[in-house]
Design a protein around this ligand. Structure first.
Ligand code: TYD
Length: 214
């Protein structure tokens, strides 16, 4: 019997207000234009269970312990992987996700200082060790990210993560930069307008998979 078709699992990463969701949409459009079946998804909160978990993690008032935060995010990821990502991949679709395990390594492992290795094991178990084929990190200088989020939320009305300190967001950015080499993530310059960034993202994708297979 011929092997089942397998889609590509591509993850778009980066700090808050880095323009990820726009780039996820654009990448899915380009994949479809090139004849592939592709779907966009995101973490946290893409499933019915996940929506409840997301509101706990990002709700303004929750006094969440960092370990509880890490486990709730991992639970969201378990549900997302089982319900959305794996079924789509096994139908041969490309899956483009706005965040996945690298977010937990940067935010919980590094910025919350819980440790990258333990967070990796927790998320690995949660997803039954499903690894993405390609992780693209949109890197945006702190100043630009701060300006973008100021345009999106007005002082203090963001979610629990957006309201974290400048130092927290700087630690997240640094974590992505530090961990990219270790884990083989591709850094893409996320500054400039959406058209420019989407061209850089597409270049990274075609270079990774080879033009003929994308
Ligand atoms: P969201 O509003 O979905 O998007 P974004 O900031 O990416 O535009 O916010 C998700 C928040 O959850 C974001 O601040 C990062 C955080 N998060 C973690 O801390 N760990 C994780 O593993 C994931 C997936 C998200």
């Amino acid at each position: 019997m011929a092997p089942l078709p397998e889609g590509h699992f591509i993850v778009i990463e980066g700090g808050d207000a880095g323009g990820k969701s726009t780039q996820v949409t654009r990448l899915v459009d380009r994949l479809r234009d090139s004849g592939r079946d592709a779907v966009a998804t995101f973490e946290p909160g893409a499933t019915e269970v996940g929506r409840v978990l997301r509101s706990v993690v990002l709700g303004e008032n929750s006094e969440l312990d960092p370990r509880a935060e890490a486990l709730i995010i991992a639970a969201d990821r378990a549900q997302h992987t089982a319900e959305v990502v794996r079924p789509a991949l096994s139908r041969g679709m490309d899956v483009v996700s706005d965040r996945y395990i690298p977010s937990s390594l940067a935010y919980q492992g590094r910025a919350r200082e819980l440790g990258v290795d333990v967070i990796r094991r927790i998320s690995g178990w949660a997803t039954d060790w499903l690894e993405p084929d390609l992780v693209i990190v949109l890197d945006v200088p702190q100043k630009i990210a701060a300006e973008r989020s100021a345009g999106r939320v007005t002082g203090g009305s963001g979610d629990r993560m957006e309201n974290e300190s400048v130092a927290f967001h700087a630690a997240v950015r640094q974590a992505y930069l530090d961990l990219a080499e270790r884990f083989g993530w591709v850094l893409v310059d996320g500054s400039g307008d959406a058209d420019e960034v989407s061209m850089r993202v597409w270049k990274a994708v075609t270079e990774h998979f080879g033009r003929s297979t994308v």
